[in-house]
Design a protein around this ligand. Structure first.
Ligand code: FRU
Length: 483
């Protein structure tokens, strides 16, 4: 029997293995840090409403980045304003003096308020620290610690320790560039340089930078620096770009200035992603806000609004391209798979007949000789579906959510996203994570990612493999219902 409507709706879109706030509005991930066997996830949070509002830092901890325990709000607005995005670090050597010679967590965030003189918005950087593994936070009494009166958009500090100069480095979004500062103690900051990117398209205001080092895959002796920049207004709405280059403690120099834009994700719903600090095992893992500012305040919501992407581990290819893979801890969610191999696809043959699933993972490899396109239909019913496909001639992966379910809340939502990617040896491999209102696709072992929200109705849970014309073979399929 169908449940009563409100209850059905809450369960309908509530993600089952993605992080969502217990209730009300969430945007960016903040303060990602690992400390004393816990992963911390803070997030932009409006605890009193379903739309963006006075920002707090919500908080959760996890042992595996998959199962999260919700904790009390960590930071609430104060006399310096709302608490915008920022980062957290372990101050191992007590450079701040907050920890009596021991180590502890420090959050570095933006205070946002209105300048009482000019009545313009004002953004200044501040500190808070915790003496109890992040359970309670003390705001530094001399906040703010970094001010630039000339800049209105001046926010989202991401900090790391740079061993070569024994200094903290902060990257900060400043209008349409990234400012870099250094500090011996997180309290006094010195301007080092600005990174403006290649001239040309700026894609709106820059937000949520992150600068980190990665080894090159298969050449571990070689490391490069990666800079994430989230852009408020690209043709795809809000989207994250990355640059690869070098950092010498003062400035970031991309390897190539006239490069084609490298998007971190080719879907619409992966924004403001940043990486965990102080990882014990050296992995570089990020999480993004699975949403887009163009419609974030309007997506269907029943008691809560906003979800994070899956945590993804980053690797750097020798071509300076990022590879991203869902973290291995997610494999613990897998139930017994449905397994198939070596089957020809045909228009009237549904290999997954009767399969219903809206919380599952699929690893599918196709081999094609010819044909127009092929792929996977998810959230399928007689008249609804979201299509993940590969267009052979265009050499494009696409995700078509125009007929996915509820799309009418905003014109921009109903869309097809696509991105060019070659099929090596005429083979394409998709790893797809379906949760009740999202789809994440990793193509060819993480060479490309495509992330989309969808709002299907309760009956659209079918999954189907398809090919339009030509000769397409399913090489292997593993379909795991997820716990
Ligand atoms: C990015 C962002 C940040 C800002 C925060 C406010 O999504 O706009 O630049 O700090 O959200 O909630």
């Amino acid at each position: 029997m169908l449940k009563s409507k409100p209850e059905a709706c809450e369960a309908q879109y509530r993600q089952s293995y993605h992080f969502t706030p217990k209730q009300n509005w969430m945007n960016d991930p903040n303060g990602l840090v690992y400390y004393q066997e816990e992963y911390h996830l803070f997030y932009q949070y409006h605890p009193f409403g379903l739309q963006w509002g006075p920002m707090h830092w919500g908080h959760a901890v996890s042992k595996d980045m998959v199962h999260w325990e919700h904790l009390d709000i960590a930071l609430a607005p104060d006399e310096n304003g709302m608490i915008f995005s920022g980062s957290a670090v372990v101050d191992w050597n007590d450079t701040t003096g907050f920890f009596n010679g021991k180590s502890g967590l420090v959050a570095i965030f933006t205070h946002h308020d209105t300048d009482p003189h000019s009545t313009k918005p004002r953004q200044r950087q501040s500190l808070a620290y915790s003496l109890d593994k992040g359970r309670t936070w003390i705001k530094y009494p001399h906040n703010p610690v970094l001010v630039d009166e000339a800049k209105i958009d001046f926010r989202d500090p991401k900090v790391f320790w740079y061993e070569e100069t024994d200094k903290w480095i902060m990257t900060l979004a400043a209008g349409d560039r990234i400012d870099i500062y250094s500090s011996p103690n997180l309290k006094e900051w010195q301007y080092e340089s600005s990174f403006e990117g290649p001239s040309g398209e700026k894609f709106g205001v820059w937000e949520c930078p992150d600068l980190f080092k990665l080894p090159v895959v298969d050449h571990p002796e070689q490391t490069k620096w990666v800079l994430f920049v989230s852009h408020g207004d690209s043709p795809y709405g809000s989207r994250t770009q990355y640059f690869v280059g070098d950092f010498d403690g003062h400035s970031f120099k991309p390897s190539c200035m006239d490069h084609k834009v490298k998007w971190l994700d080719s879907g619409k719903d992966n924004y403001a992603g940043v990486t965990w600090s102080d990882m014990a095992d050296g992995r570089r893992i990020y999480i993004g806000w699975m949403n887009n500012w163009r419609y974030a305040n309007e997506i269907p919501a029943h008691g809560w609004r906003g979800a994070m992407t899956l945590p993804r581990e980053l690797f750097l290819s020798s071509k300076d391209l990022l590879i991203q893979k869902p973290i291995k801890e997610l494999e613990n969610l897998r139930n017994e798979p449905i397994h198939m191999k070596n089957q020809l696809l045909a228009p009237d043959k549904d290999l997954l007949v009767n399969f219903q699933g809206n919380t599952c993972e699929m690893i599918v490899e196709f081999e094609f000789e010819s044909g127009k396109d092929f792929g996977i239909r998810v959230f399928k019913s007689d008249n609804k579906e979201t299509v993940i496909g590969y267009h052979v001639e265009k050499e494009e992966v696409y995700m078509d959510r125009r007929n996915s379910g509820e799309t009418s809340f905003n014109e921009f939502f109903s869309s097809i996203d696509c991105a060019v990617i070659k099929a090596p040896n005429h083979r394409m491999k998709f790893q797809v994570f379906v949760d009740r209102s999202s789809i994440e696709v990793f193509v060819n072992n993480g060479e490309m990612a495509m992330t989309s929200l969808v709002f299907p109705d309760l009956f659209s849970k079918g999954i189907e493999l398809f090919s339009n014309g030509g000769n397409v073979k399913l090489l292997t399929l593993d379909l795991y219902p997820l716990k």
